[in-house]
Ligand binder design. Structure first.
Ligand SMILES: [Zn+2]
Ligand SMILES: [Zn+2]
Ligand SMILES: [Zn+2]
Length: 95
């Protein structure tokens, strides 16, 4: 298990949230539990507690780093390394 993330170069500091909810669930009328934001492109996806797990599905497509999109949460996560990250970038949870 790595203790460092090697994907930080994929973070785009100018990425902004793509939708107010999981964009894949919104498209098909699905439900989610919690939201995660892709820090490469701004894709909003649902967490692994949600039925469709769109955030991890999106991560598998090559954008491994997300941050929480829940109000009051500002943690980051790398789905490939499975570690929490500490990144000093603006929090988009409260538009
Ligand atoms: Zn990583
Ligand atoms: Zn979803
Ligand atoms: Zn992405």
């Amino acid at each position: 298990m790595p203790d460092q993330c090697s994907h930080l170069d994929q973070v785009d500091a100018s990425a902004t949230p793509s939708a107010a909810g999981c964009e894949d669930c919104l498209r098909v009328g699905g439900r989610w539990v919690h939201l995660r934001m892709c820090r490469t492109c701004g894709h909003i996806g649902c967490c692994d507690s949600s039925p469709a797990k769109h955030a991890s599905g999106h991560a598998t497509g090559g954008h491994p780093i997300v941050s929480s999109y829940e109000p009051g949460e500002d943690w980051w996560w790398c789905y490939v390394d499975e570690i929490a990250l500490s990144v000093d970038l603006p929090d988009y949870s409260h538009p």
